[in-house]
Design a protein around this ligand. Sequence first.
Ligand code: 1CP
Length: 356
Amino acid sequence: MSQPSRTANETAKPKKLLLRALAGETLSVPPVWLMRQAGRYLPEYRETRQKAGGFLQLCFTPDLATEVTLQPIRRYGFDAAILFSDILVIPHALGQKVWFQEGEGPKLEALADSADLRRLSLEALHDRLEPVYETVDRLSTALPQETTLIGFAGAPWTVASYMIEGGSSKDFQKAKTWAYGDPEGFQRLIDLLIEATSRYLCRQVEAGAETLQVFDSWASVWPETAFRRWCLDPMAAIVRRVKAQHPAVPVILFPRGAGPLYPAVAAEAGADGLSLDTTVPLSWAAKELQSCVTVQGNLDPILLVAGGEALEAAANDIVTRLSGGPFVFNLGHGIVPQTPPEHVAKLLDIIRSRPS
Ligand code: 1CP
């Protein structure tokens, strides 16, 4: 499908590797960045986080958030830097109480039903997110010339799941029961998140983000009809709104676990890139997805813990099978804290020193 943004990007002839791949170019060496490339596996991150006190303070202190975004770029020279923040700054900016307990992950004062939507408001959105925009602005001048700056947000469903469950969940029972039992009320929450997220992403672009990724980390839990309503349609709405303001900015979607619905996202959501989770078969992705979008992925993050021959073989296989079309090397999900930093260096070496 030809999209206006793709045409605009081609006309503008982007120089940076990630932007070239997202504009549909097939490159001999793929650009590479890794989800959660900043974080607990790096000793310098742990040190900076200590200084910040809480995790949200780290996200909202531009000096420190800029520093942790740059740490993996200095160490490894990735082709892109992803803004250091979290998907849960949106519920916080809407007025929900959010906190992070060390070792336990995020906690939120859970919404019980649609009457609780009264607790949320768009009024202070940009004021509360101002430090994030400041971080993006600083990064846009601090990064090396060849490094692309990625802004991001969570997709409405994934963010809503945390808002309703009050944190991480195994089965999403509360959120799904709400959506099935009171679809109109749940739609109001999703619509509020579409609005907040679109405004947030547009401001990131205005502050200097060159591309955007939307994370739907828990997209795998729905049957098809519900997937379309709560994952695909809201992500498509965000892409439309962002591109209405910023037609040339490429958008990458990550509907993790969408399986056979990945092609529907590729064809219908209007995105430039699709991030593939670890379970997506490579030759199927090359055939079914790469003709219509740039694909990104999809090394198992645990291979980065294991290292050795298994890592080398899998990384080579991904590059071989996806390099026939537009492709960005990444993981199938975020780096885990147990990852030895030297394995990340080894991975970059494998990808960049392949005989062409
Ligand atoms: O203790 C700590 O230092 C906090 C750990 C941590 C980190 C490093 C959290 C809490 N968030 C982050 C940063 C983060 N989160 C980034 C930074 C940029 C980078 O990638 O380097 C990004 C893009 C995210 C996005 C995020 N947060 C997602 C989507 C991506 C994914 O991994 O699926 C999700 C689901 C979250 C929620 C969240 N925040 C933090 C944790 C531990 C979690 C996951 C909780 C869970 O598994 O349910």
